[in-house]
Design a protein around this ligand. Structure first.
Ligand SMILES: Cc1cc2nc3c(=O)[nH]c(=O)nc-3n(C[C@H](O)[C@H](O)[C@H](O)COP(=O)(O)OP(=O)(O)OC[C@H]3O[C@@H](n4cnc5c(N)ncnc54)[C@H](O)[C@@H]3O)c2cc1C
Length: 248
């Protein structure tokens, strides 16, 4: 089975984010970058499919040279090789999708796995655009996947429940948390990853169709109430937690 997995480089979710001097981008100074957490579920699923059916897992990333660090993390998890479509920022979701679709046209994967969303810009657009560009079925937000022959059954998280859908290979899947438990690479895997190949490809340029005008970090206002700790005041705290904070 030929498995292609989209890996996006995003700021560590524990990093404090600052807006750049242009007011439109994230200031990357001092920011630690990681594999987009949803992409770890996608990659883990790809590795499990390879374990079950045999084949090759290739990761693909559209991004700057600095993406190599997170690409190595994907190789350490077990991907066979990686592709970097090298381009400095900024670029938009369509640029990413178009370049992934171009590569998929050559590689002809049986399945393309993505995360459900990139946790930096949160567009949720790349999987849908790739499926449209390749004219392949798409199942999003998948929390369970089973494949038998070319029949694919996927469980999707929907509000208040699950939806089970069926499609056929080749297809595009976007992974939800809970699809699996991503493995932690062991030291020998991390060392082995250093010698796995990263193929660098020149991108096809696309015309940007949207422009970011501004970005801002929401201000957090604290509304503290000091009540006290007498018996009556504790009853008041419970009432406030129930009626105002609505957490009891
Ligand atoms: C106008 C514009 C300007 C931008 N400028 C910047 C900038 O200056 N700096 C910056 O850091 N970002 C910038 N971005 C965001 C950056 O281009 C995003 O990485 C890109 O748009 C894809 O993220 P998404 O939110 O659309 O992904 P989503 O559609 O939310 O991602 C879903 C899945 O698609 C896959 N995927 C997403 N992105 C990639 C990727 N790059 N490579 C491989 N797979 C991927 C992953 O599997 C991911 O889980 C900009 C975006 C726009 C629209």
């Amino acid at each position: 089975m030929k498995i292609l997995v989209g890996i996006s480089r995003v700021p560590d979710t524990a990093t404090k984010i600052f807006i750049g001097a242009d007011g439109k981008t994230i200031d990357e100074k001092g920011v630690k970058f990681i594999i987009n957490p949803y992409d770890e579920f996608a990659l883990e699923e790809g590795l499990r499919l390879r374990e079950k059916f045999g084949g090759t897992v290739v990761t693909i990333t559209v991004g700057p040279d600095a993406s190599k660090e997170v690409i190595r993390s994907g190789l350490a998890m077990g991907a066979d090789r990686a592709v970097l479509i090298k381009r400095e920022l900024p670029f938009d979701s369509y640029f990413v999708a178009k370049n992934i679709a171009n590569y998929a046209n050559q590689f002809q994967p049986d399945i393309i796995l993505f995360g459900r969303q990139s946790v930096d810009y949160d567009s949720l657009m790349v999987p849908a655009m790739v499926s449209e560009l390749l004219n392949l079925p798409l199942v999003t937000i998948v929390s369970k996947l089973s494949i038998d022959g070319n029949r694919v059954v996927a469980e999707r998280d929907v509000v208040g429940g699950k939806e089970v859908v069926e499609t056929t290979l080749p297809c595009v899947i976007s992974a939800q948390k809970g699809l699996n438990e991503p493995r932690y690479p062991k030291l020998p895997d991390i060392l082995k990853a250093k010698s796995k190949p990263i193929e660098e490809i020149e991108p096809e340029e696309t015309t940007p169709t949207i422009e970011i005008l501004s970005m801002e970090i929401p201000l957090r206002s604290r509304k503290n109430k000091i009540v006290g700790d007498s018996e009556e005041e504790i009853a008041e705290i419970v009432k406030l937690l129930h009626e105002e904070a609505k957490i009891l």
